[in-house]
Write a protein that binds this ligand. Sequence first.
Ligand code: FEO
Ligand code: CA
Ligand code: CA
Ligand code: CA
Length: 564
Amino acid sequence: STALAQGASRFAFTPIAAQTDFTVHVPDGYEWKTVASWGDPLFSDAPAFDPVTGTTVEGQARAFGENTDGMELFSIDGREVIAVNHEYANLDINLPQNDEGAPVSADDVRKIQDAQGVAVFEVTEGENGWEIVIDSPYNRRITHNTPMRIAGPAAGHDLLKTEADPTGTEALGTFNNCGAGRTPWGTYLTCEENFNGYFGSTEPAFERPEGFARYGIELESGYDYEKFDPRFDISKTPNEPNRAGYVVEIDPADASSTPVKRTALGRFKHENAEVTLAADNRVVVYLGDDERGEFLYRYVSNGTYEEGGDTSTLLDDGQLYVAKFHEDGTGEWLALTPEATGMDRAMIHIHTRQAASAVGATTMDRPEWVAVNPLKAEAYCALTNNKNRAVKPNAGGDETPATGPNPRAENNYGQIVRWRPAGEDHAADGFDWDLYVMAGNPEVHDDAYAGSGNVTPGNMFNSPDGMKFDSQGMLWIQTDGDDSNEDDFAGMGNNQMLCGDPETGEIARFMTGPNGAEVTGATFSTDRKTMFVGIQHPMNFPDADALPRSSIIAIRRTDGAVIG
Ligand code: FEO
Ligand code: CA
Ligand code: CA
Ligand code: CA
């Protein structure tokens, strides 16, 4: 456990109490307002959001999407441009005219496909606070049908070829865009997480190809796409799922640019992509695979980053590693090479999970976001929870013992693991690790489930998920957990955002979200006076009399001072 501070805290706010209502709370001296909500037009040719019917088939592709998640703000020619993920759809909300939202037509499917993906849009701060700049040349929607290029070791492999794309290098769409990242050269990284859920089979006897089970690709989809769009029917287009599960690079400065699927970063259920530089300026990307019993990864480029230099292959040409944690507080990055895995280079980047199993990586309690401290050589990963260690997570998955940074057998609360690379170099093969926090409930439990010493009745939370460092080296922690406020979770209230001090271990509650929602995604305005935060899958927000709308909110200090 981490020593608590003796001196003054570095928090610039008075922590707030847990809440159970349907709105957002911030500390005294701070204010919040919504900036963008599902269905808000990005272009003047989209209809205004309708509180009862939402948006139209034509309008959805020209409007802000559903379920905001990871995001980054870019300063481009003095203008503020946000790129944000729209992770998944809420069928009952997005197709309100249908019974339980089940799609009944190709138009319904198209509308849902267009509600997901990514939005890029300019924002500006006026008298009414931050607002979307409608029709800005930067505005863009990327959906489940946007043309993309496939690059890196898996590009052109037979398993990525389809009738529509015999080259295996030109895909349509990006899927289940969860966490995010940004490169030093000003591009946005969007991460494909639960892509498996979009694929199904209209042929009930279809035998799934090898490797589908490990990725959870089943005969039944969650969205019924396969009934109206044969691209998502694995009995007709069996290689299509192999073209998803990647990190996608997007240039937010050029709305006509083609996004690129960077297969060198591996294929799994990507949470986010946290980019930093090694001591010699090679590019290092930390990557979590959010599933019980899956792994934590690292990519190191072969080339080095130079400002203004050629960056086009830095995310194609490099080595992928997977983490092994030892009980003694040390760990190592195991290279996923053909020699170590028995797989060829392309297959390592198509069946990455199987490659990581082959080298004996450490199974983890659902790795969510990774965040790198900008002030010192250390990184953090949120291990959100593991509610069912006894059941093997996926066919072909490994046993998931309670060991190392995953010490609790039944883990409803989650923890945050931290590692410090050898020689303060993120490209080093070795590291030391500890747990920054084990979430828990010290009012309900007096054993390991009470949490680590920096968890108190005043800052309790469960299921850490989103994480982002600010420029002061403070760690913002967002939760996606049980907000019942009962039993094991009594006193924790709604999902929330806390601020952690890496030096002292102190954690303070900064914000609470509406009941039913998850708090996910955080980025700052260029002047650092505004923090943009995502509210995902609310039940009754922002307007209790309208359909619920996932939203980005802007949080500022009322005195106009820097927030992070
Ligand atoms: Fe989409 Fe693992 O969160
Ligand atoms: Ca998440
Ligand atoms: Ca989560
Ligand atoms: Ca989510």
